[in-house]
Design a protein around this ligand. Sequence first.
Ligand SMILES: Cc1cc2nc3c(=O)[nH]c(=O)nc-3n(C[C@H](O)[C@H](O)[C@H](O)COP(=O)(O)OP(=O)(O)OC[C@H]3O[C@@H](n4cnc5c(N)ncnc54)[C@H](O)[C@@H]3O)c2cc1C
Length: 477
Amino acid sequence: MRYEKALVWLRNDLRWDDNLTIKKATELAKSIVPVYCLDPRQFGPGDFGLQKTGIHRARFLLETLRDLQEQIAAKGGKLLLLRGHPEKEIPALARDLGAGVICFSQKVTEEEIKVEEVLEKEAWQHGIATESYWQSTLFHIDDLPFPVTQLPEMFTRFRKECEKLVQIRPMETISDPVRFTPLPENHSIELPDLQELGCSHAGQEPAGDMIFKGGSGAAWERIHHYFWQTEALASYKQTRNGLLGADYSSKFSLWLGLGALSARQIYWEIRRFESEKTKNQSTYWLIFELIWRDFFRFIAKKHGNRIFQIQGIQDKPGYWKEDREVFLKWTAGETGIPFIDANMRELNQTGFMSNRGRQLVASFLVNDLEIDWRWGAAYFEQQLIDYDPCSNWGNWMYIAGVGNDPRQDRYFNILLQAKKYDPQGEYIARWIPELAKLKGFDRHVPFQLTSETLKKNRLRLGNGYPVPLVSLENWSI
Ligand SMILES: Cc1cc2nc3c(=O)[nH]c(=O)nc-3n(C[C@H](O)[C@H](O)[C@H](O)COP(=O)(O)OP(=O)(O)OC[C@H]3O[C@@H](n4cnc5c(N)ncnc54)[C@H](O)[C@@H]3O)c2cc1C
């Protein structure tokens, strides 16, 4: 032990199990102080007139923190909560408590790295050491078969080389008992409520097919349900493009985002499922998707701030419109294209959207409405519970044709997609009640119905459900 006390600054690693940073802190010091800092910048205005964190993720974060408080209490400790800029508050707390070292998990995106750098400087000026650890990916950064600067730009090459050459590390276990530094009462704040965090519509209750609850406890309940109770994992590859219900995909992104669950925990649980139940294309495919997550993370590390810029990592000039009125119709789910609107309404009401939906609404915004793709990415940042800067901006760049896609311009014919993924219009009926009265596929094409059919169903386009914002000539079916 090199130190008496270590301060563990928790960030998007809000779990006790498989947490390398906590483990290292317990090895470095005789006692630890786990702390989370609520940064007002995360709850204030973001870019393009949007909020950084909307109601759904704020609610999920508070649940996750409550769950972590309980996990730490079960070990005999306390999760300290601070409010302010972590680069100031964390070193100040370390000084007050006489902690010799601050431990934290590394992030990859610019704003977060800046915070780390200022924090380290501040700490060092006061003779406090800092130790940071990599733990957000499945493949550990030190095990990659290439330096990050030489990372392949093509996903398939990245995946194949990693699959061939990288071993997934075992999970980290923290040895009991852990000693926690005794704390004076006045050091911690209470968990705030949503209004205090400045989240609007705080009374709004989520309305999806699954209740999304933050924290490792709920994450493991989900794993239990998806793997062991329903064995939905065994058919994931066939169902993953679904739209309705809870089990077409894993929903693990919700907990991965804040780190209530690690990618490695999922990986080892899949392996257990494979040895105890079934090993098939579906069990592999969930790992395949987790590798996509890794890929975007390493791409963000390689390209830095360029993932947030309009010309993307391809440095490609774009000609995007800045039509606020049209953009707001897209955000509100009022474009007049039911498949787009249903997805946006689901996002607004629940904080989640399927992968299929995300691809379609993103393609529609950039290709059909020709709006600046960063506006869409920023709206997702505000709305998504599972918002992750690397996966979000990486996927948006990809769809906008300024990212890693070797096939340029990913364009989707929305009506063909509707035929394929929602032929009976059930998804539309779920999220756009005013179209539920129509039958089957008619729900996707109210604009093609005769005035008689519309009248029979008491539907007037433009007065109730909107008329389409775009001409439909690109979309023959
Ligand atoms: C425009 C756009 C924006 C996106 N923004 C985010 C985001 O902010 N946060 C986020 O976690 N995912 C994002 N994704 C990726 C993907 O849509 C979600 O991870 C997935 O829908 C989450 O649901 P799930 O956990 O049920 O996924 P599953 O299909 O069960 O996949 C399992 C896990 O694999 C990973 N994964 C799957 N697909 C992708 C992908 N395309 N890129 C990166 N990782 C993937 C996720 O961690 C996911 O939890 C975005 C995709 C698009 C097209």
